[in-house]
Design a protein around this ligand. Structure first.
Ligand SMILES: [Zn+2]
Length: 94
């Protein structure tokens, strides 16, 4: 498993929404190092493209604000999650 991730939490159902980057249909998520259900404002990583999005009110996905993009850039767990998805997908890191 990628550096910075100890375990992946239980799968959780969320309302169907679409990745704001690749338009993949997404209706589930798993916590990184926790089993918690996501809250609005939590970050998530698209399992299809590895892009980071955030949960809106109603737990649908939205693009990050500029401020959130800066926050994510320094969050080792998010970066490790992105690397793990990209490795699994065989894509090059960006
Ligand atoms: Zn995506």
């Amino acid at each position: 498993m990628a550096d910075g991730i100890k375990w992946i939490g239980e799968g959780q159902r969320v309302p169907l929404s679409f990745c704001p980057h690749c338009n993949a249909e997404l209706d589930g998520c798993s916590g990184i190092d926790n089993d918690a259900r996501p809250d609005p404002g939590d970050f998530t990583i698209c399992i299809e493209c590895g892009a980071v999005a955030a949960f809106s009110r109603g737990l649908r996905l939205r693009r990050l604000t500029k401020r959130e993009q800066r926050e994510v850039a320094g969050d080792e767990r998010v970066l490790a999650g992105v690397r793990a998805v990209l490795d699994a997908r065989g894509k090059k890191h960006c």
